[in-house]
Design a binder for this molecule. Structure first.
Ligand code: F0G
Length: 462
Protein backbone atom coordinates (compact mmCIF):
# COMPACT_ATOMS: atom_id res chain seq x y z
CA UNK A 1 0.00 0.00 0.00
CA UNK A 2 1.49 3.35 -1.05
CA UNK A 3 1.08 6.69 0.75
CA UNK A 4 -2.30 8.29 0.06
CA UNK A 5 -1.30 11.59 -1.51
CA UNK A 6 -3.22 14.81 -2.21
CA UNK A 7 -4.98 13.95 -5.50
CA UNK A 8 -4.23 17.36 -7.03
CA UNK A 9 -1.37 19.66 -7.88
CA UNK A 10 -1.35 23.29 -6.87
CA UNK A 11 -1.77 25.99 -9.52
CA UNK A 12 -2.44 28.99 -7.32
CA UNK A 13 -1.02 29.63 -3.87
CA UNK A 14 -1.92 31.96 -1.06
CA UNK A 15 0.84 32.92 1.40
CA UNK A 16 0.21 32.42 5.11
CA UNK A 17 1.71 34.77 7.67
CA UNK A 18 4.10 33.55 10.33
CA UNK A 19 4.13 35.19 13.75
CA UNK A 20 6.22 34.67 16.87
CA UNK A 21 4.89 33.33 20.17
CA UNK A 22 5.29 36.81 21.67
CA UNK A 23 3.27 38.37 18.86
CA UNK A 24 0.58 35.74 19.26
CA UNK A 25 0.32 36.42 23.00
CA UNK A 26 -0.33 40.09 22.20
CA UNK A 27 -2.78 39.21 19.45
CA UNK A 28 -4.69 36.92 21.83
CA UNK A 29 -4.90 39.68 24.41
CA UNK A 30 -6.10 42.18 21.82
CA UNK A 31 -8.74 39.62 20.75
CA UNK A 32 -9.85 39.27 24.39
CA UNK A 33 -8.87 35.58 24.24
CA UNK A 34 -11.64 34.83 21.75
CA UNK A 35 -10.32 33.16 18.54
CA UNK A 36 -13.38 34.50 16.63
CA UNK A 37 -11.95 37.99 17.18
CA UNK A 38 -8.46 37.21 15.81
CA UNK A 39 -7.90 38.70 12.36
CA UNK A 40 -7.63 35.83 9.88
CA UNK A 41 -4.38 37.32 8.58
CA UNK A 42 -2.79 36.58 11.95
CA UNK A 43 -3.74 32.88 11.75
CA UNK A 44 -1.24 30.42 10.28
CA UNK A 45 -3.54 27.40 9.91
CA UNK A 46 -7.23 28.17 10.16
CA UNK A 47 -9.41 25.26 11.30
CA UNK A 48 -12.30 27.37 12.55
CA UNK A 49 -14.63 25.76 10.00
CA UNK A 50 -14.78 23.64 6.88
CA UNK A 51 -17.65 25.82 5.65
CA UNK A 52 -17.00 28.07 2.68
CA UNK A 53 -13.25 27.72 3.12
CA UNK A 54 -12.50 25.21 0.33
CA UNK A 55 -10.05 25.66 -2.51
CA UNK A 56 -11.95 25.50 -5.79
CA UNK A 57 -10.60 23.56 -8.74
CA UNK A 58 -9.49 24.87 -12.12
CA UNK A 59 -12.66 23.30 -13.54
CA UNK A 60 -14.80 25.27 -11.09
CA UNK A 61 -13.03 28.57 -11.86
CA UNK A 62 -13.32 27.80 -15.56
CA UNK A 63 -17.06 27.14 -15.24
CA UNK A 64 -17.47 30.44 -13.41
CA UNK A 65 -15.98 32.32 -16.34
CA UNK A 66 -18.59 30.95 -18.76
CA UNK A 67 -21.55 31.52 -16.42
CA UNK A 68 -24.69 33.04 -17.87
CA UNK A 69 -25.74 35.87 -15.55
CA UNK A 70 -29.21 36.30 -17.09
CA UNK A 71 -31.81 37.19 -14.48
CA UNK A 72 -34.35 34.56 -15.52
CA UNK A 73 -33.86 30.99 -16.71
CA UNK A 74 -30.10 31.28 -17.11
CA UNK A 75 -28.17 28.41 -18.67
CA UNK A 76 -26.17 28.13 -15.45
CA UNK A 77 -29.31 27.38 -13.44
CA UNK A 78 -30.18 24.43 -15.67
CA UNK A 79 -26.65 23.08 -15.36
CA UNK A 80 -26.86 23.38 -11.56
CA UNK A 81 -30.35 21.84 -11.49
CA UNK A 82 -29.20 18.92 -13.63
CA UNK A 83 -26.23 18.17 -11.35
CA UNK A 84 -28.35 18.29 -8.18
CA UNK A 85 -31.04 16.13 -9.79
CA UNK A 86 -28.48 13.64 -11.04
CA UNK A 87 -27.28 13.05 -7.46
CA UNK A 88 -30.49 13.47 -5.46
CA UNK A 89 -33.19 12.39 -7.92
CA UNK A 90 -35.40 15.09 -6.34
CA UNK A 91 -37.93 16.86 -8.54
CA UNK A 92 -37.82 20.52 -7.49
CA UNK A 93 -34.47 22.23 -6.94
CA UNK A 94 -34.52 25.67 -5.30
CA UNK A 95 -31.21 27.60 -5.15
CA UNK A 96 -30.42 29.50 -1.93
CA UNK A 97 -27.44 31.56 -0.80
CA UNK A 98 -26.45 28.97 1.82
CA UNK A 99 -27.83 26.15 3.95
CA UNK A 100 -29.63 28.20 6.57
CA UNK A 101 -31.63 30.05 3.91
CA UNK A 102 -33.01 26.69 2.77
CA UNK A 103 -33.83 25.88 6.41
CA UNK A 104 -35.52 29.24 6.94
CA UNK A 105 -37.82 28.67 3.96
CA UNK A 106 -38.55 25.03 4.81
CA UNK A 107 -39.54 25.71 8.40
CA UNK A 108 -41.55 28.76 7.52
CA UNK A 109 -43.66 26.34 5.45
CA UNK A 110 -43.86 23.30 7.74
CA UNK A 111 -42.96 24.70 11.19
CA UNK A 112 -45.14 26.58 13.65
CA UNK A 113 -46.60 26.29 17.14
CA UNK A 114 -47.17 22.69 18.29
CA UNK A 115 -45.10 21.11 15.50
CA UNK A 116 -42.19 18.78 16.33
CA UNK A 117 -39.21 18.02 14.06
CA UNK A 118 -37.11 14.98 15.04
CA UNK A 119 -33.57 14.37 13.77
CA UNK A 120 -30.42 12.56 14.85
CA UNK A 121 -28.97 15.96 15.87
CA UNK A 122 -30.11 19.24 14.42
CA UNK A 123 -27.28 21.62 13.57
CA UNK A 124 -27.49 25.00 15.44
CA UNK A 125 -28.94 26.93 12.50
CA UNK A 126 -31.50 24.20 11.79
CA UNK A 127 -32.60 24.17 15.40
CA UNK A 128 -32.69 27.99 15.47
CA UNK A 129 -34.88 28.13 12.35
CA UNK A 130 -37.24 25.47 13.73
CA UNK A 131 -37.52 27.27 17.06
CA UNK A 132 -37.94 30.64 15.36
CA UNK A 133 -41.06 29.18 13.71
CA UNK A 134 -42.20 28.18 17.27
CA UNK A 135 -41.89 24.48 16.50
CA UNK A 136 -39.80 22.11 18.61
CA UNK A 137 -36.53 20.47 17.46
CA UNK A 138 -35.83 17.05 18.98
CA UNK A 139 -32.52 15.14 18.85
CA UNK A 140 -32.76 11.33 18.85
CA UNK A 141 -29.19 10.18 18.15
CA UNK A 142 -28.25 6.70 19.45
CA UNK A 143 -26.69 6.50 22.94
CA UNK A 144 -23.22 5.68 21.49
CA UNK A 145 -23.39 9.00 19.64
CA UNK A 146 -23.32 10.87 22.94
CA UNK A 147 -20.24 9.12 24.36
CA UNK A 148 -16.96 10.56 22.98
CA UNK A 149 -15.02 7.36 23.72
CA UNK A 150 -17.56 4.85 22.35
CA UNK A 151 -16.43 3.09 19.20
CA UNK A 152 -19.25 2.55 16.72
CA UNK A 153 -18.99 2.77 12.92
CA UNK A 154 -22.13 4.91 12.59
CA UNK A 155 -22.38 7.10 15.67
CA UNK A 156 -24.62 9.49 13.74
CA UNK A 157 -27.47 6.95 13.56
CA UNK A 158 -30.89 7.87 14.87
CA UNK A 159 -32.49 5.68 17.53
CA UNK A 160 -35.51 4.33 15.64
CA UNK A 161 -37.17 2.95 18.81
CA UNK A 162 -37.16 6.47 20.25
CA UNK A 163 -38.54 7.86 16.99
CA UNK A 164 -41.35 5.27 16.98
CA UNK A 165 -42.14 6.12 20.61
CA UNK A 166 -42.23 9.84 19.82
CA UNK A 167 -44.62 9.34 16.90
CA UNK A 168 -46.91 7.16 19.03
CA UNK A 169 -46.81 9.65 21.90
CA UNK A 170 -47.61 12.88 20.06
CA UNK A 171 -49.18 11.53 16.86
CA UNK A 172 -47.90 11.91 13.29
CA UNK A 173 -50.06 14.99 12.66
CA UNK A 174 -47.75 17.11 14.78
CA UNK A 175 -44.67 15.93 12.86
CA UNK A 176 -44.55 17.73 9.48
CA UNK A 177 -41.29 15.96 8.63
CA UNK A 178 -38.43 13.98 10.12
CA UNK A 179 -34.75 14.63 9.36
CA UNK A 180 -31.29 13.11 9.41
CA UNK A 181 -28.11 15.20 9.35
CA UNK A 182 -25.42 13.49 7.25
CA UNK A 183 -22.76 13.46 8.55
CA UNK A 184 -23.84 14.45 12.06
CA UNK A 185 -21.87 17.66 12.67
CA UNK A 186 -23.18 18.36 16.17
CA UNK A 187 -22.34 14.78 17.18
CA UNK A 188 -18.72 15.00 15.96
CA UNK A 189 -19.02 14.62 12.18
CA UNK A 190 -20.18 11.03 12.59
CA UNK A 191 -21.80 9.18 9.68
CA UNK A 192 -25.25 7.60 9.39
CA UNK A 193 -25.51 4.10 7.92
CA UNK A 194 -27.57 3.27 4.82
CA UNK A 195 -29.53 0.83 6.94
CA UNK A 196 -30.44 3.59 9.40
CA UNK A 197 -31.38 5.98 6.58
CA UNK A 198 -33.64 3.26 5.13
CA UNK A 199 -35.20 2.39 8.50
CA UNK A 200 -35.89 6.02 9.44
CA UNK A 201 -37.43 6.56 6.01
CA UNK A 202 -39.65 3.47 6.30
CA UNK A 203 -40.77 4.35 9.82
CA UNK A 204 -41.67 7.94 8.91
CA UNK A 205 -43.38 6.87 5.69
CA UNK A 206 -45.46 4.25 7.53
CA UNK A 207 -47.07 7.23 9.30
CA UNK A 208 -47.12 9.29 6.08
CA UNK A 209 -44.52 11.69 7.52
CA UNK A 210 -42.08 13.07 4.90
CA UNK A 211 -38.36 12.50 5.36
CA UNK A 212 -35.70 15.15 4.65
CA UNK A 213 -31.91 14.96 4.68
CA UNK A 214 -29.67 17.77 5.91
CA UNK A 215 -27.21 16.82 3.19
CA UNK A 216 -24.33 19.26 3.88
CA UNK A 217 -21.73 16.47 4.06
CA UNK A 218 -23.51 13.82 1.98
CA UNK A 219 -20.36 12.81 0.06
CA UNK A 220 -18.31 12.17 3.20
CA UNK A 221 -21.23 10.16 4.58
CA UNK A 222 -21.40 8.11 1.37
CA UNK A 223 -17.68 7.34 1.62
CA UNK A 224 -17.99 6.17 5.24
CA UNK A 225 -20.79 3.84 4.11
CA UNK A 226 -18.45 2.47 1.44
CA UNK A 227 -15.68 1.91 4.01
CA UNK A 228 -17.73 0.60 6.89
CA UNK A 229 -21.07 -0.89 5.83
CA UNK A 230 -21.19 -4.43 4.43
CA UNK A 231 -22.25 -4.59 0.79
CA UNK A 232 -20.99 -1.16 -0.30
CA UNK A 233 -17.24 -1.68 -0.72
CA UNK A 234 -17.48 -2.05 -4.50
CA UNK A 235 -19.93 0.78 -5.12
CA UNK A 236 -18.92 4.23 -6.36
CA UNK A 237 -19.61 7.12 -3.94
CA UNK A 238 -22.13 8.61 -6.40
CA UNK A 239 -24.14 5.36 -6.45
CA UNK A 240 -24.16 5.31 -2.66
CA UNK A 241 -25.19 8.98 -2.53
CA UNK A 242 -28.01 8.30 -5.01
CA UNK A 243 -29.27 5.47 -2.84
CA UNK A 244 -29.12 7.70 0.29
CA UNK A 245 -31.27 10.33 -1.44
CA UNK A 246 -33.62 7.72 -2.92
CA UNK A 247 -35.14 7.21 0.56
CA UNK A 248 -35.91 10.89 1.17
CA UNK A 249 -38.62 13.31 0.05
CA UNK A 250 -36.45 16.38 0.24
CA UNK A 251 -33.15 17.88 1.36
CA UNK A 252 -31.50 21.04 2.62
CA UNK A 253 -27.94 21.63 1.52
CA UNK A 254 -25.09 24.03 2.20
CA UNK A 255 -22.87 24.17 -0.87
CA UNK A 256 -20.14 25.52 1.41
CA UNK A 257 -19.39 21.99 2.61
CA UNK A 258 -19.58 19.08 0.15
CA UNK A 259 -20.36 21.49 -2.69
CA UNK A 260 -16.69 22.59 -2.35
CA UNK A 261 -17.79 26.20 -2.84
CA UNK A 262 -17.34 29.42 -0.92
CA UNK A 263 -21.08 30.20 -0.94
CA UNK A 264 -24.33 28.60 -2.11
CA UNK A 265 -26.89 25.96 -1.22
CA UNK A 266 -30.29 24.59 -2.09
CA UNK A 267 -33.62 23.27 -0.90
CA UNK A 268 -34.99 20.33 -2.86
CA UNK A 269 -38.15 18.26 -2.66
CA UNK A 270 -40.60 16.07 -4.55
CA UNK A 271 -43.85 17.68 -3.36
CA UNK A 272 -44.97 20.21 -5.98
CA UNK A 273 -47.24 22.24 -3.70
CA UNK A 274 -44.47 22.57 -1.13
CA UNK A 275 -42.10 23.64 -3.91
CA UNK A 276 -44.55 26.32 -5.02
CA UNK A 277 -44.73 27.74 -1.49
CA UNK A 278 -40.95 27.58 -1.19
CA UNK A 279 -40.48 29.48 -4.45
CA UNK A 280 -42.86 32.19 -3.31
CA UNK A 281 -40.85 32.64 -0.12
CA UNK A 282 -37.62 32.48 -2.12
CA UNK A 283 -38.71 35.47 -4.20
CA UNK A 284 -39.40 37.49 -1.03
CA UNK A 285 -35.92 37.30 0.44
CA UNK A 286 -33.49 35.39 -1.78
CA UNK A 287 -34.29 35.97 -5.45
CA UNK A 288 -36.01 34.73 -8.57
CA UNK A 289 -36.45 30.92 -8.60
CA UNK A 290 -33.68 30.31 -11.15
CA UNK A 291 -30.96 31.98 -9.09
CA UNK A 292 -32.35 32.33 -5.56
CA UNK A 293 -29.50 33.59 -3.48
CA UNK A 294 -26.67 32.87 -5.90
CA UNK A 295 -24.92 34.52 -8.80
CA UNK A 296 -24.93 32.27 -11.87
CA UNK A 297 -21.17 31.81 -11.45
CA UNK A 298 -21.80 30.35 -7.99
CA UNK A 299 -24.33 27.91 -9.44
CA UNK A 300 -21.73 26.88 -12.05
CA UNK A 301 -19.09 26.31 -9.35
CA UNK A 302 -21.55 24.30 -7.27
CA UNK A 303 -22.61 22.11 -10.21
CA UNK A 304 -18.96 21.13 -10.71
CA UNK A 305 -18.07 20.99 -6.99
CA UNK A 306 -20.86 18.57 -6.07
CA UNK A 307 -19.45 16.05 -8.53
CA UNK A 308 -15.83 16.64 -7.47
CA UNK A 309 -16.84 15.98 -3.85
CA UNK A 310 -17.90 12.48 -4.94
CA UNK A 311 -14.56 11.68 -6.56
CA UNK A 312 -13.26 8.60 -4.80
CA UNK A 313 -9.61 9.69 -4.76
CA UNK A 314 -10.55 12.99 -3.21
CA UNK A 315 -12.67 11.32 -0.52
CA UNK A 316 -9.94 8.79 0.19
CA UNK A 317 -7.40 11.59 0.71
CA UNK A 318 -9.78 13.70 2.80
CA UNK A 319 -10.78 10.95 5.22
CA UNK A 320 -7.18 9.65 5.35
CA UNK A 321 -5.76 13.04 6.30
CA UNK A 322 -8.18 13.43 9.24
CA UNK A 323 -7.44 9.86 10.28
CA UNK A 324 -3.67 10.47 10.05
CA UNK A 325 -3.97 13.61 12.20
CA UNK A 326 -6.00 11.61 14.75
CA UNK A 327 -3.47 8.79 14.82
CA UNK A 328 -0.51 11.11 15.41
CA UNK A 329 -2.04 12.93 18.36
CA UNK A 330 -3.66 9.81 19.84
CA UNK A 331 -0.21 8.18 19.95
CA UNK A 332 0.94 11.17 22.02
CA UNK A 333 -1.82 10.52 24.58
CA UNK A 334 -4.32 13.19 23.51
CA UNK A 335 -8.00 12.24 23.84
CA UNK A 336 -10.35 12.95 20.95
CA UNK A 337 -13.93 12.13 20.04
CA UNK A 338 -13.62 8.63 18.63
CA UNK A 339 -13.60 7.59 15.88
CA UNK A 340 -12.56 10.81 14.06
CA UNK A 341 -15.33 12.24 11.89
CA UNK A 342 -15.31 13.24 8.24
CA UNK A 343 -14.61 16.96 8.36
CA UNK A 344 -13.03 17.58 11.74
CA UNK A 345 -11.20 16.33 14.79
CA UNK A 346 -12.69 17.10 18.16
CA UNK A 347 -10.23 17.39 21.07
CA UNK A 348 -11.57 16.47 24.51
CA UNK A 349 -10.58 19.60 26.43
CA UNK A 350 -11.60 18.28 29.85
CA UNK A 351 -9.24 15.32 29.43
CA UNK A 352 -6.53 17.62 28.02
CA UNK A 353 -6.76 20.14 30.89
CA UNK A 354 -8.05 18.22 33.94
CA UNK A 355 -6.82 21.01 36.24
CA UNK A 356 -9.13 23.59 34.56
CA UNK A 357 -12.65 23.17 35.98
CA UNK A 358 -15.57 23.29 33.50
CA UNK A 359 -16.63 26.60 35.08
CA UNK A 360 -13.37 28.10 33.72
CA UNK A 361 -14.00 26.92 30.15
CA UNK A 362 -11.27 24.37 29.36
CA UNK A 363 -12.28 24.38 25.67
CA UNK A 364 -11.69 28.11 25.41
CA UNK A 365 -8.38 27.73 27.27
CA UNK A 366 -7.28 24.97 24.89
CA UNK A 367 -8.35 26.88 21.75
CA UNK A 368 -6.29 29.89 22.91
CA UNK A 369 -3.32 27.69 23.86
CA UNK A 370 -3.25 26.09 20.38
CA UNK A 371 -3.16 29.54 18.82
CA UNK A 372 -0.40 30.64 21.17
CA UNK A 373 1.70 27.53 20.51
CA UNK A 374 1.46 27.49 16.74
CA UNK A 375 -0.94 30.02 15.24
CA UNK A 376 -3.63 27.36 14.81
CA UNK A 377 -7.26 28.43 15.14
CA UNK A 378 -10.00 26.01 16.19
CA UNK A 379 -13.37 26.57 17.81
CA UNK A 380 -14.59 25.87 21.33
CA UNK A 381 -17.68 23.67 21.47
CA UNK A 382 -18.57 23.51 25.13
CA UNK A 383 -19.35 25.74 28.07
CA UNK A 384 -18.87 29.01 26.20
CA UNK A 385 -21.03 27.96 23.25
CA UNK A 386 -23.76 26.13 25.16
CA UNK A 387 -23.55 27.28 28.81
CA UNK A 388 -26.71 28.96 30.09
CA UNK A 389 -27.36 31.02 33.20
CA UNK A 390 -29.66 28.95 35.44
CA UNK A 391 -33.08 30.62 35.81
CA UNK A 392 -32.95 30.31 39.62
CA UNK A 393 -29.76 32.40 39.71
CA UNK A 394 -27.69 29.47 40.95
CA UNK A 395 -24.94 30.07 38.40
CA UNK A 396 -24.26 28.58 35.02
CA UNK A 397 -25.65 25.30 33.66
CA UNK A 398 -22.80 23.74 31.64
CA UNK A 399 -22.99 21.11 28.89
CA UNK A 400 -21.61 17.57 29.47
CA UNK A 401 -18.52 18.05 27.26
CA UNK A 402 -15.92 20.69 26.47
CA UNK A 403 -14.46 20.12 23.02
CA UNK A 404 -12.28 22.00 20.56
CA UNK A 405 -13.23 21.37 16.93
CA UNK A 406 -10.43 21.44 14.40
CA UNK A 407 -12.32 21.49 11.09
CA UNK A 408 -10.41 20.80 7.91
CA UNK A 409 -11.07 23.08 4.91
CA UNK A 410 -11.37 21.04 1.70
CA UNK A 411 -8.26 20.73 -0.52
CA UNK A 412 -6.50 23.59 1.32
CA UNK A 413 -3.83 21.95 3.47
CA UNK A 414 -1.32 19.22 2.68
CA UNK A 415 0.21 16.42 4.71
CA UNK A 416 3.06 18.61 5.98
CA UNK A 417 0.47 21.05 7.31
CA UNK A 418 -1.13 18.11 9.12
CA UNK A 419 2.28 17.09 10.52
CA UNK A 420 2.72 20.63 11.78
CA UNK A 421 -0.79 20.56 13.31
CA UNK A 422 0.00 17.34 15.16
CA UNK A 423 3.23 18.90 16.47
CA UNK A 424 1.35 21.96 17.72
CA UNK A 425 -1.24 19.82 19.52
CA UNK A 426 1.48 17.65 21.09
CA UNK A 427 3.63 20.61 22.11
CA UNK A 428 0.58 22.19 23.73
CA UNK A 429 -0.10 18.88 25.50
CA UNK A 430 3.47 18.81 26.83
CA UNK A 431 2.98 22.21 28.49
CA UNK A 432 -0.65 21.61 29.50
CA UNK A 433 -0.03 22.23 33.20
CA UNK A 434 0.80 25.91 32.53
CA UNK A 435 -2.48 26.49 30.71
CA UNK A 436 -5.02 28.41 32.75
CA UNK A 437 -8.77 28.82 32.60
CA UNK A 438 -10.81 31.92 31.79
CA UNK A 439 -13.72 33.92 33.06
CA UNK A 440 -16.12 35.90 30.91
CA UNK A 441 -15.62 39.67 30.95
CA UNK A 442 -18.36 40.48 28.47
CA UNK A 443 -21.12 38.45 26.83
CA UNK A 444 -24.00 39.14 24.46
CA UNK A 445 -27.43 37.82 25.45
CA UNK A 446 -27.62 35.40 22.48
CA UNK A 447 -24.94 33.31 20.68
CA UNK A 448 -22.37 34.72 23.08
CA UNK A 449 -19.44 32.65 21.81
CA UNK A 450 -19.02 34.81 18.69
CA UNK A 451 -18.33 38.07 20.53
CA UNK A 452 -17.58 37.19 24.17
CA UNK A 453 -14.53 38.72 25.84
CA UNK A 454 -12.48 36.80 28.38
CA UNK A 455 -9.86 37.38 31.07
CA UNK A 456 -7.64 34.84 32.82
CA UNK A 457 -9.50 33.26 35.76
CA UNK A 458 -8.39 34.35 39.22
CA UNK A 459 -6.38 31.69 41.04
CA UNK A 460 -8.51 31.85 44.20
CA UNK A 461 -11.74 31.24 42.29
CA UNK A 462 -10.64 27.70 41.46
N1 F0G B 1 -26.39 21.96 8.54
C1 F0G B 1 -25.19 21.53 8.99
C2 F0G B 1 -25.02 20.10 9.38
C3 F0G B 1 -24.11 22.43 9.07
O1 F0G B 1 -22.93 21.98 9.50
C4 F0G B 1 -24.30 23.78 8.67
C5 F0G B 1 -23.20 24.74 8.76
C6 F0G B 1 -25.56 24.17 8.21
C7 F0G B 1 -26.58 23.24 8.16
C8 F0G B 1 -25.85 25.58 7.77
O2 F0G B 1 -25.26 25.85 6.55
O3 F0G B 1 -23.62 27.68 7.05
O4 F0G B 1 -24.42 27.24 4.72
O5 F0G B 1 -25.94 28.25 6.38
N2 F0G B 1 -22.14 24.52 9.43
C9 F0G B 1 -20.97 25.40 9.54
C10 F0G B 1 -19.95 24.80 10.47
C11 F0G B 1 -21.28 26.83 9.82
O6 F0G B 1 -18.96 25.49 10.80
O7 F0G B 1 -20.09 23.64 10.84
P1 F0G B 1 -24.78 27.33 6.16
Amino acid sequence: MKTIIEPFKIKMVEPIRFTTVEERREILERAHFNPFLIHAEDVLIDLLTDSGTAAMSAAQWGAMMVADESYACSRSFFKFEKAVRDITGLGFIIPTHQGRAAERILFEIVGGEGKVIPSNNHFDTTRANIEYSRAEAIDLVIEEGKDPAALHPFKGNLDTAKLAALIREIGPDRIPLGMLTVTNNTGGGQPVSMQNIREVSELLHSFEVPFFLDACRFAENAYFIKLREPGFADKAPIEIAREMFSYCDGATMSGKKDGICNIGGFLAMNDSSMAEKARNLLILAEGFPTYGGMAARDMEALAVGLMEALDERYLEYRIASIDYFARRIREGGVKIVEPPGGHALYLDARAFLPHVPPSQYPGQALACALYETGGVRGVEIGGVMFGKQAEDGSGEALPPMDLVRLAMPRRVYTQSHVDYLAEVVLETYARREEIKGFEIAYQAPLLRHFTAKFRPAKEESR
